[in-house]
Write a protein that binds this ligand. Structure first.
Ligand code: HEC
Length: 111
């Protein structure tokens, strides 16, 4: 529990330090892990859909980046899609939306 809190504080600091620019490489790796694990619990392990819709490049081809970014930050009231702005800043959410539209990166192999 304490380790998780520290992680959130550290990643929040990294995001702030990076400003509005693209997230730093370590932050990007943290975001990949988070999307695969936390978002994957609803959107599917392969992001091909589950409780939430597919987040594949095909499914998202026509979606404006700005609206996807807003959905990630603010959630969709009245649906299970939760807001993530406590954990993600604008640059993080925009980066995730952009990666989803291009085919989300795999988690780097442990070891
Ligand atoms: C508790 C389940 C849940 C979690 C966790 C979740 N989502 Fe969602 N998400 C949904 C649902 C349900 C919808 C569809 C909402 C609707 O009906 O409009 C959705 C919609 C979306 C959309 C819009 C897709 C579209 O076709 O317009 C995006 C983008 C998205 N989620 C990204 C994410 C990301 C990124 C994360 C992790 C940071 C995440 N979601 C975590 C349930 C979830």
């Amino acid at each position: 529990m304490r380790a998780a809190c520290t992680l959130i504080i550290v990643s929040g600091w990294l995001a702030t330090a990076a400003g509005a620019a693209e997230p730093s490489v370590p932050r990007q790796q943290a975001l990949v892990r988070m999307v695969r694990q936390d978002c994957g619990s609803c959107h599917g392990m392969r992001l091909t859909g589950g409780l939430g819709p597919a987040l594949t490049p095909q499914a998202l081809a026509d979606k404006p980046l700005a609206s996807m970014t807003a959905t990630i930050l603010h959630g969709r009231p009245g649906t299970p899609m939760p807001p993530w702005r406590a954990l993600l800043d604008d640059a993080d959410a925009l980066w995730i939306a952009t990666q989803l539209q291009h085919g989300f990166p795999e988690e780097p192999r442990a070891r």
